[in-house]
Design a protein around this ligand. Structure first.
Ligand code: NAP
Ligand code: MG
Length: 470
């Protein structure tokens, strides 16, 4: 795609207020592929004004009409699938097959779900002598990360639009091209001017200006816990609604009696997908001590099926990580794992290729719960395998981090797995390989966040109640 040299504000591409630029780099070969303007507080202000101006009209648009326009947006995303996947591959480094199936497939499914929900949702209910109206919160400031550059955007914009809110988006500086494609799709779908606005830029400048803007009623943020904490403080001081979708350190608990080979292979795949850059990645595998060495051997064999290389090549299952900073960070964690005494079973800190921000797919055994690699979010293709004594020990380890976003349980039968999952402090648990569901609320317990995305629960985040008593 050709990058736009401007911001999408009030239904048109407008020149940026300042001269600063962001270079977009292909992480597979380190080449600069495009440049976009870096927005300032002035651009953010213009975008928020456009969103405010569009709000009364959009809020008053009948839900069925809003639903039809979200459906039209979905149709444009479907029509432009190939171009979107290529763009995600170019700026994120995701293997093309994964980009098509997940980076484009998931947001299309999410947009579809909100086209349906907007039409069927009950925006009004009777409670005793009251009628309760569910009204849109107002102008949404959406701040998104690079790891799922289209999905993270659609997971905020689609429910916001379904609710009747208008939006200003500040996407991650590493993946602005996918965000510009999304803005094109919004335009092509015929969504009224000002309902959706895009300001590309850096977090500390454009992102912070958006979170702080007094014309923003709700800030929806996805990214690191460190930045999330700041956003939460800004929103708290201004008494604004806030939703925080933060990090994770999810546990994949394999109970005795489970299909070990299947559970290990699925667990390894979950971590290697998207080069480990998923907030709900199952980065800690918990195995009973009697099956431990068998599981370690199975994991080593499974990870060998993830050769890294050019994400455009059909055989590649593992791309680079997004940028040089993340590569150094992930390799630092691998070095830390070795230093703290974990056993390297596959991979390691060395660069597997001469060019590109690659990290070797890495598996650690003999990881203890207190180790850094068992506690902190690594956000790379690194799996830690821990052993447990019994179910209570497994539960203590599974719940023993500050996070609680995803999780998985494998057992001989559903009942055993569900009983264990009910004791986990986490927002989602996949039972015996259960698939991702775009209707299920997604979000964290503990420091993994505040609020939920996706499905009817995600829609509810963008609504506020007004009760009329009769
Ligand atoms: P991040 O800094 O939290 O970035 C998320 C978004 O927030 C980006 O759009 C970022 O802009 C913006 N931002 C940064 N500082 C801001 C500020 N002061 N005010 C407002 N917005 C701000 O995450 P990152 O640096 O890209 O990645 C660092 C780590 O975060 C990763 O290693 C991983 O552990 C975690 N992470 C988690 C998720 C998740 O889905 N839970 C996603 C991505 C990263 P810029 O793009 O300009 O930084
Ligand atoms: Mg950042």
């Amino acid at each position: 795609m050709k990058a736009h040299d401007g911001m999408y504000i009030g239904g048109e591409w407008r020149p940026a207020a300042g001269p600063d630029r962001i270079e977009v780099v292909n992480p597979a070969d380190e080449r600069v592929i495009a440049g976009v303007p870096a927005g300032t507080a002035e651009d953010v202000d213009a975008a928020v004004r456009a969103a405010r101006a569009a709000f009364p009209g959009w809020a008053a648009t009948p839900p069925a009409e809003r639903a039809a326009l979200i459906g039209a947006l979905r149709d444009v995303l479907v029509a432009r699938k190939g171009e979107i996947a290529e763009t995600v591959t170019a700026e994120l480094g995701s293997p093309l097959g994964f980009a098509e199936a997940v980076h484009v497939g998931a947001p299309i499914a999410v947009a579809s779900s909100y086209a349906e929900l907007a039409a069927s949702y009950t925006f009004e209910e009777r409670l005793g002598n009251s009628t309760v109206f569910l009204e849109p919160v107002g102008v949404v400031g959406a701040i998104t990360p690079w790891n799922y550059p289209l999905h993270q955007v659609v997971a905020k914009v689609a429910p916001a639009l379904a609710a009747g809110c208008t939006v200003v988006l500040k996407p991650a500086e590493d993946t602005p091209l996918t965000a510009q494609l999304f803005a094109e799709a919004v335009h092509e779908a015929g969504i009224p001017a000002g309902v959706f606005n895009l300001v590309t830029g850096t977090g500390p400048v454009a992102g912070q200006a958006l979170a702080e803007h007094e014309g923003v009623d709700l800030v929806s943020f996805t990214g690191s816990t460190a930045v999330g904490r700041k956003i939460g403080a800004i929103a708290g001081a201004a008494v604004k609604r806030v939703a925080l979708e933060l990090g994770g350190k999810s546990a994949n608990v394999i109970l005795p009696g489970a299909d070990l080979a299947k559970a290990v292979a699925a667990g390894v795949g979950h971590v290697m997908n998207n080069t480990g850059q998923s907030c709900n990645a199952l980065t800690r595998m918990l195995v009973h001590r009697d099956q431990y060495e068998e599981a370690v051997a199975l994991a080593a064999a499974a990870v060998a099926k993830y050769p890294s290389g050019d994400p455009r090549e059909p055989g590649t299952r593992l791309g680079p990580v997004v940028n040089a900073g993340q590569r150094d960070r992930v390799r630092g964690y691998i070095a830390k794992g070795v230093e703290e005494g974990a056993r390297l079973v596959a991979g390691g800190p060395d660069a597997p290729h001469e060019r590109g921000y690659f990290v070797a797919p890495t598996v650690f055994a003999d990881v203890t719960p207190d180790m850094t690699i068992a506690q902190e979010e690594i956000f790379g293709p690194v799996l830690a395998i821990l052993s447990y004594e019994d179910e209570d020990d497994a539960l203590r380890i599974a719940n023993g981090t500050v996070y609680g976003l995803g999780g998985a349980v494998w057992a001989a039968d559903t009942e055993t797995a569900v009983a264990f999952a009910r004791r986990m402090d986490t927002g989602q648990v996949d039972i015996n390989g259960g698939r991702f569901n775009v209707l299920a609320p997604f979000g964290g317990y503990k420091q993994s966040g505040v609020g939920r995305e996706l499905g009817p629960h995600g829609l509810g985040e963008y609504l506020q109640t007004k009760s009329l008593q009769f």
